[in-house]
Design a protein around this ligand. Structure first.
Ligand code: SAH
Length: 452
């Protein structure tokens, strides 16, 4: 039994799926945040449970050769990055191993079918979206930042290294304006104050910036002054939107938006198509890596001009629409009505006329398409982290497509679903891990599943 506050010498041997280091002490698994595989350290036990414990590095005896100096002042406090203390190449190795382990152990896949992970060209400044809580710092100054891990304490940071460089200028101007006109930040506990979140989005290819202020009120004083200030300081400013969220909730945005400058949306180019990005619509946060991901998916889909392509969990239609010119027809399925509206408009604005979009739960739509006796040649699946329902897997298998391209943001649920597809006579042909979110523990995988 490990004792609280006791110090033990141990070597860090692995990372958890959340990116915390792991060691074994007296047979017990101990989680040690901010440690690196290969570290030998004195670990102080902070908390014990039956089968595991939490600890922290008290003294580093031999640092891992993968360690680098974290280049961010708030890295240890902020919940944004998990891997700013190890080299990007060792982070990629960990992500590769995570996909490999899940697919081979849970999915029963043979290791040689798993390709090399595709790293991101940039491991910093890749995020085109930031939702920054607004608060006051200990000196009473208005600030923006990120929540500390598992808490609602804001760690002030005007210069996050993960986000688009232009966001720092927007944060600086916004804070100056809020201080000047004494607009109160939102107080979660008392449900008072106005400014909840500064929400920024940047269309990198077209260089259009959206500033959205989420407020706990129907309107906000000195809106025009804010617009004027941002316009004079940031030439890329394209639109300013107020989002109203007066609920007592952790959900960041409310349903209502009011545009106070510009069109209320920005437009970005992805895979040669134009996509409209409004405050409430989904768009991939790492644009250049999303293009790579879609290109890999297209290669695996190996489409031809008389194919019927189904894009399940299509969001605003981006994956399917980027492949529409290679197929005879495209059907997109998505559960959120607004995303489906966006998908239809995205098709129209790009003069794509062979696409149909259905607003429905994916499993229900799969059953309906089966009843319509549709025979897709290829089905794309891009579900959220929990993966696909078993009823979706059976309905898709029954439609009997030649190829299934599964884009996954969770290796464990992907592996489980690959195994389920195997029961219907499908086998994984190829897997490609793709790093969309450097410095965080998340990893995407694209796989091709074909009939055995
Ligand atoms: N393919 C898109 C979006 C992927 S995110 C892109 O690359 O941009 C996953 C999507 O699945 C989200 O848009 C989410 O709203 C949708 N979704 C979640 N559960 C669903 C369900 N049961 N049926 C259909 N769509 C669902």
């Amino acid at each position: 039994m490990l004792k609280k506050n006791e110090i033990y010498t141990a070597e860090i041997i692995d990372y958890t799926t959340e990116g915390s280091g792991v060691c074994k002490i007296e047979g017990i698994t101990v989680f040690v945040p901010s440690s690196a595989v290969g570290d030998t350290a004195e670990v102080k036990i902070l908390k014990t449970a039956k089968a595991y414990a939490f600890g922290k590095i008290e003294r580093l005896i031999t640092p891992s050769e993968n360690r680098i100096c974290p280049d961010c002042d708030v890295y240890q406090k902020c919940g944004g990055c998990s891997f700013r203390h190890i080299s990007y190449s060792s982070e990629l190795r960990f992500k590769q191993k995570r996909v490999y382990d899940a697919l081979t152990r849970i999915g029963g896949v043979s290791g040689e079918l798993i390709g090399e992970i595709i790293g991101s060209d940039r491991s910093d400044n890749y995020r085109n979206k930031a939702q920054l809580p607004v608060t006051k710092d200990k000196d009473g100054h208005i600030c923006t930042g990120f929540f500390a891990p598992r808490s609602h304490r804001v760690i002030p940071n005007e210069d996050c290294r993960l986000q688009a460089g232009i966001f720092s200028a927007a944060e600086k101007n916004f804070i100056e304006w809020a201080e000047k006109y004494k607009i109160a930040p939102y107080d979660e506990i008392n449900h008072t104050g106005v400014l909840r979140h500064l929400y920024l989005r940047y269309a990198e290819k077209t260089q259009q910036l959206m500033v959205c202020i989420v407020i706990n009120a129907m309107s906000m004083k000195h809106e025009n002054e804010l617009v004027e200030m941002l316009r004079s300081e940031i030439p890329e400013l394209d639109t300013v939107v107020i989002n109203i969220n007066t609920d007592k909730t952790n959900v960041i945005t409310g349903k209502k938006c009011r545009t106070i400058f510009g069109r209320g949306f920005i437009t970005d180019e992805l895979c040669g198509l134009l996509f409209r990005i409004s405050p409430l619509s989904f768009y991939q946060v790492n644009r250049s890596q999303a293009e790579r991901l879609y290109n890999i998916a297209a290669d695996l889909a190996d489409l031809s001009s008389d194919d019927l392509l189904i894009d399940m969990y299509c969001g605003t239609g981006t994956i399917g629409l980027s492949m529409a010119d290679r197929v005879s027809s495209l059907i997109g399925v998505e559960i959120i009505p607004q995303a489906i509206e966006d998908a239809k408009r995205n098709a129209a604005e790009n003069n794509i006329t062979n696409a149909e979009f259905i607003c429905s739960d994916a499993s229900a739509a799969a059953k309906e398409l089966l009843q319509r006796k549709l025979k897709p040649d290829c089905v794309i699946l891009d579900p959220p982290r929990k993966g696909c329902d078993s009823s979706l897997i059976s309905a898709v298998s029954e439609m009997s497509p030649e190829r299934i391209v599964y884009v996954s943001c969770d290796p464990a649920t992907l592996a489980r679903d690959v195994k389920r597809f195997a029961e219907y006579g499908y086998a994984l042909k190829k897997a490609v891990p793709v790093d969309m979110f450097p410095r965080t523990p998340h990893v995407e995988t694209v796989v091709l599943i074909t009939k055995k």
